[in-house]
Design a protein around this ligand. Structure first.
Ligand code: UD1
Ligand code: UDP
Length: 366
């Protein structure tokens, strides 16, 4: 069994690391069974060392067999260039299956290149829907799910979304709830994560408590009013409680272009996954628009204010772990005072049992 895995963006390195480790475990245990050969392809969508290399080093992900070097540019250009390069590679390597993760342009390009060549596609993190077709991620998810053969869902809600679209009736398609591979990652790496020097010194400086914030979604960064609302609210909050914000390069660019003067937020460069785990573990609460960070807040039992109008991780909102506030300055400030003051019981288990990666491999080989 030859699997070609396509990754390209920060969250995909984390997700793929989980399944690659499960593949290695399967191979080790499988002396009398067919082995899995995995070829890793990095599209190059994220390319700065702190957006890419750091994850490979920390999580001991093998060096990709191919690096396509395709980063930056518009959605169409990026996806089109990836499609062309991946098609060539798939013809050359002839894998039995292509594995894709999440909802980025690399996900869609990998799935589309494979499907056109009649190579089965496995989509990990299938079935999520925000029902907002203005989001590039929503387009990528829906199209990827429609052309995949294996739809590995992280939650029952994701399964239901796919059922509603008829996916359980599509010929040759299997819909399986395996749990969330990011939960596997959090459980596995939380024991191993040590902070680097910058984060270690911040953790020392802010021992009395701090909030962790991330903002990078296109709907927030590319709209100057939304970005201003979010940044001014967080800057005001940071007058009272320190706010540490590892700044995505997309956000840094727009903050600089808009000329915002952030007086109080502690903006740092994007950090590696280990730093992030340490920040999540020690913060009081989280502000974010990230999909992954919303869940990680829950994994680390921290309340989360999500600066989006909707979320695909609806169970977090329904169970009261997460509050959606959009990009409304007043709502963000009000939520910090009231929502974060609540005592929340984090005893539910919403994202599986930490064995999602192993379940994916087992199902593929069944
Ligand atoms: C992408 C995903 C988004 C995901 C995010 C994870 C799509 C459509 N979006 O968004 O779903 O949440 O990754 O972080 O695929 N840049 C750098 N250095 C880098 C990477 C990016 O400077 O290493 C800058 C470039 O100016 C680039 C911009 O950030 O044009 C946006 O990068 P891109 O990969 O297009 O989208 P993300 O916002 O990272
Ligand atoms: N992350 C990280 N360093 C950062 C910001 C985020 O390691 O500076 C991790 C985060 O902990 C999570 C993943 O990157 O595991 C989420 O990626 P991101 O927020 O970029 O994308 P999304 O999940 O929204 O697609």
């Amino acid at each position: 069994m030859k699997i070609l895995t396509v990754v390209g963006a920060r969250p995909q390195f984390i997700k793929a690391a989980v399944v690659s480790r499960a593949i290695a475990k399967y191979n080790k245990e499988a002396s009398d069974r067919e082995n899995i050969e995995e070829l890793l392809v990095h599209t190059g969508q994220h390319y700065d060392a702190n957006m890419s290399d750091v994850f490979f080093q920390e999580m001991q992900i093998p060096k990709p067999s191919y690096h396509l070097g395709i980063g930056g540019g518009t959605h169409g250009t990026m996806t089109g260039r990836m499609l062309e390069a991946l098609e060539w590679l798939l013809v050359k390597e002839k894998p039995d299956l292509v594995m894709v993760y999440g909802d980025t342009n690399s996900t869609l390009a990998g799935a589309l290149a494979a499907a056109k060549l009649h190579i089965p596609v496995a989509h990990v993190e299938a079935g999520l829907r925000s029902f907002n077709m203005n989001m590039p991620e929503e387009i990528n998810r829906i199209l990827t799910d429609r052309i995949s053969s294996w739809l590995f869902c992280p939650t029952e809600t994701a399964v239901k979304n796919l059922e509603q679209e008829g996916a359980t009736q599509w010929p040759g398609v299997r819909v399986c709830n395996v749990g969330d591979v990011m939960y596997d990652a959090a459980l596995f790496y939380r024991e191993r994560a040590k902070p680097g020097s910058v984060v270690a010194s911040l953790l020392n400086q802010y021992q009395d408590g701090f909030y962790l914030a991330t903002v990078h979604r296109q709907e927030n960064t590319d709209d100057v009013n939304r970005l201003r609302n979010i940044m001014t609210a967080l800057d005001e909050i940071a007058e009272r409680v320190p706010v540490i914000m590892p700044l995505h390069p997309r956000t840094r660019k727009y903050v600089r272009e808009a000329g915002f003067h952030l007086q109080n937020i502690c903006c740092i460069q994007p950090v590696g996954y280990f730093d992030m785990i340490c920040l999540l573990n020690q913060c009081r609460a989280v502000f974010t628009d990230s999909g992954g960070v919303q869940k990680e807040a829950y994994f680390f039992h921290k309340p989360c204010i999500t600066m989006r109008d909707e979320t695909e991780w609806v169970e977090l909102v329904e169970h009261g772990y997460n509050l959606l506030v959009g990009a409304d300055r007043d709502k963000i400030i009000e939520a910090e005072q009231h929502f974060f003051a609540k005592v929340i019981d984090f005893s539910d288990n919403l994202y599986g049992n930490g064995k999602a990666g192993e379940k994916v491999v087992k199902l593929l080989m069944s």
